[in-house]
Design a protein around this ligand. Structure first.
Ligand code: NAP
Ligand code: HSE
Length: 435
């Protein structure tokens, strides 16, 4: 091998340490695939005193700017996370003529346009396959393999930490806080796990997926986002008892009118028979629905150091090949420039659980609240009430698909009704026959 590609890493934590280990252990294969010797020349970290098995001490530095602006660095791998200093370091690397491979969805979703512009200006690559759904090859298929189709919807589980928590709560009745600590120990969670449980991590991924799928600029602030911290064990048990499982979903879809896209992240009930229901632990799965291809499903490990390192290294080999060829690969396109519309424009189904007075006209009043907003009911189940010696009855109402704005207004109306003592729980339902 006559040529060498010099590689610098920003970050030597959960992901970075695995990237370095694999780059060193598999250097011959990776170099043969890239067409040049891949040589790690430095790893920037915060704390030089920490033990880092697998990373040779001579490679460590606590001066990341000096590392990425070295004149001999061809490729920078950013696995430090966060917005700053990651942004200024990536911009400096790109302006220094290095291609960049990043796993940083928060940064790409916030400022992808500026970073892409810098990559284009410098004729280098900016790749971030690892930023969405860990090991799963997803961004390249969307950018390249599905470039000949028209995507209508992307629906999936894209956060490993929350899927791990929800799986353990559903299957073992485990305690939320304990399972979150376990997910952190296993290296699934972000440095600040609030990003996982409040849905921000999934929202960043949803923005990246939507931008690629719909060839439009979509940023983190365009995504409507609800996490899992408000869910109770009772929500999960209630879903289980009626044949559903609760999942944190990311959904990006064209409106029926085709006038824009809606991008949302929220917990939803999924029928146990749906393939997403069997996506367990830290696994992720994403359905892409395209006009000609139909439904395509991507499934695999969504978090963890080694799976994520696999996606990083795929990008490293691709970027190294492009370096040797003397031109960058295909970047994403935003030519369609679709509008990102508010959550109210989404179409979904609701499951609404109510405590109502068990008296004549109560059911009619509830049904009228749905009818006033044009929301069609799929099923109504009543339990408790006078027959059981109680004044109140529990009503479980499931709707057909309707506009989110109509469903929200219905719930507001239900809260005002004298017959409704309490709106106990409201959850979206996805993955059924009409949604
Ligand atoms: P991590 O374990 O917290 O590692 C971060 C690394 O960056 C650490 O080595 C840290 O140094 C270093 N670092 C942070 N700020 C720095 C600074 N200002 N200067 C120098 N070094 C700095 O995080 P991670 O889990 O590997 O995640 C890294 C990135 O990958 C994030 O963007 C994350 O969203 C993304 N990602 C993670 C996963 C996953 O499953 N973990 C999956 C996909 C994508 P110290 O070690 O000295 O603190
Ligand atoms: N914290 C993220 C997750 C890591 O749990 O999915 C993978 O992006």
């Amino acid at each position: 091998m006559t040529q060498t590609i010099k590689v610098a890493l920003l970050g030597g934590g959960t992901v970075g340490s695995q990237v370095v280990r694999l780059l060193i252990e598999n250097v011959q294969d990776l170099s043969a695939r890239a067409g040049a010797t891949l040589e790690v020349v430095g790893v920037a970290v915060r704390d030089l005193r920490r033990e880092r098995p697998g990373i040779p001490t001579r490679l460590l530095t606590d001066d990341p700017m000096a590392l990425v602006t070295r004149p001999d660095v061809d490729l920078v791998i950013e696995v430090m996370g966060g917005i700053e200093p990651a942004r200024e370091l990536i911009l400096a690397a790109l302006d220094n003529g290095a291609s960049v491979v990043s796993a940083n969805k928060a940064l790409i979703a916030e400022d992808g346009a500026v970073l892409h512009a810098a990559a284009e200006r410098n004729s280098v690559d900016l790749y971030y396959e690892a930023a969405v759904a860990g090991a799963i090859p997803l961004l390249r298929p969307l950018r390249e393999s599905l470039a000949g189709d028209r995507v209508r919807r992307v629906l999936g589980i894209v956060n490993g930490t929350t899927n791990y928590i929800l799986t353990k709560m559903d299957e073992d009745g485990a305690d939320y806080a304990e399972v979150l600590a376990e997910a952190q120990r296993l290296g699934y969670a972000e440095a600040d796990p609030t990003a996982d449980v409040e849905g921000h991590d999934a929202a960043a991924k949803a923005a990246i997926l939507a931008g690629l799928a719909f060839h439009s600029p979509v940023s983190m602030s365009d995504v409507s986002c609800e996490g899992i911290s408000g869910l109770t064990a009772a929500d999960i048990t209630a879903a289980r008892d009626s044949g559903f499982v609760v999942k944190l979903l990311a959904v990006a879809e064209l409106t029926d009118a085709g006038d824009g896209v809606v991008v949302r992240v929220h917990p939803a009930m999924v029928p146990r028979s749906h393939p997403l229901a069997s996506v367990r632990d830290a696994y992720n799965a994403v359905f892409v629905e395209a006009e000609s291809a139909g439904q395509v499903m991507f499934y695999g490990r969504g978090a963890g150091g080694e799976p994520t390192a696999s996606a990083v290294l795929g990008d490293v080999v691709a970027a190294a090949r492009n370096k040797l060829a003397g031109r960058p690969g295909h970047a994403h396109s935003v030519y369609a420039d679709l509008k990102v519309l508010p959550l109210g424009r989404a179409t979904t189904r609701y499951s609404v659980s109510l405590l109502v007075l068990d008296r004549p006209g109560a059911l009619a009043a509830v049904a009228a609240a749905f009818a006033e907003q044009g929301v069609s009911l799929q099923s109504v189940r009543q339990e408790g009430g006078l027959e059981s010696g109680e004044q109140d009855a529990s009503l479980l109402v499931r709707t057909h698909a309707a506009a989110e704005s109509s469903l929200q207004q219905t719930v507001e109306r239900l809260r005002e009704l004298a017959e409704v003592k309490q709106v106990v729980a409201v959850m979206r339902v996805e993955g059924g026959p009409d949604a």
